[in-house]
Design a protein around this ligand. Sequence first.
Ligand code: ATP
Ligand code: MG
Length: 288
Amino acid sequence: MSSIEKAIERLDRTAGHKDADAFAELNRDDAPEARREPEREVDPSAVYRLDLKGLERRGFLTPDGLRSKTAEEYRMIKRPLLMNALGKGAAPVDRGNMIMVTSALPNEGKTFNALNLAMSMAMERDSTVLLIDADVVKPSLSQLLGMENRPGLTDVLVDPQLDIGDVIIGTEIPKLKVIPAGRIHSHSTELLASEDMQRIANELSERYADRIVLLDTPPLLVTSQASVLAHLVGQILVVVESGKTPQSAVTEAVSLLDKSKVIGMALNKSRRSFSSDYYGGYYGYYGQ
Ligand SMILES: Nc1ncnc2c1ncn2[C@@H]1O[C@H](COP(=O)(O)OP(=O)(O)OP(=O)(O)O)[C@@H](O)[C@H]1O
Ligand SMILES: [Mg+2]
């Protein structure tokens, strides 16, 4: 058994507490399956408690918001991604369970969408989610979750003693696990392009066919890191800020991507207010 398997088993064993039941209960589609799960002994100290109320106040999807319009919008966005990830799409997608969220330019909503998608996917019956902060230069996902001082991806890439399984954090949402970015490192592009990163991606993608690995990444037109990471995944969700990102920027960004990957687009911030229905709800495949 690999160290990833051991770590994930350890986390899975500790995750089935009360919040999990409430969470599953709220999710109409998945509740019957979740109820069949046996009761487990829980060590609450092993589970990272997210500031769900704080996230909710900032417009994020949380277990309490499963009937909201935002939840409905993310259901639409996640469906095709999950179909491809779980091999239920029209054609098999190589590494379909590794999905990166990116955009052409900064501030378009990558992190916002990555976290909301992860929350939404974690409510699924057939999948669990490992959310990775792969924006190792600007680790805003780690900050958002209060995990900025935890060891993470870069630490595993620089320290041969550390295994990726050591930095996976189980959360109170039983099907959501997180790998923070780790310490900021001056050679982060080289680290992400390294053979070790390739090996880690292989292991994460192949060990668990039902595990969705979701990467929050930097913008494509600002650093080369996102296009480096794109080689590791099977699906790429390009977030486009409505009314702001020029079409030429989107075209240029997509031109950097390998067209053998499944590339989806999500139009973000399509309404001009920060409300629960701020998300545009548009989702489509590039070139279709
Ligand atoms: N659909 C949305 N509804 C409400 N707020 C949003 C939405 N999308 C993004 N935001 C907000 O806009 C800001 C920028 O979003 P976010 O950090 O997700 O962008 P990003 O593309 O990850 O930026 P960066 O390029 O710096 O990584 C954040 O304050 C975020 O909470
Ligand atoms: Mg971001």
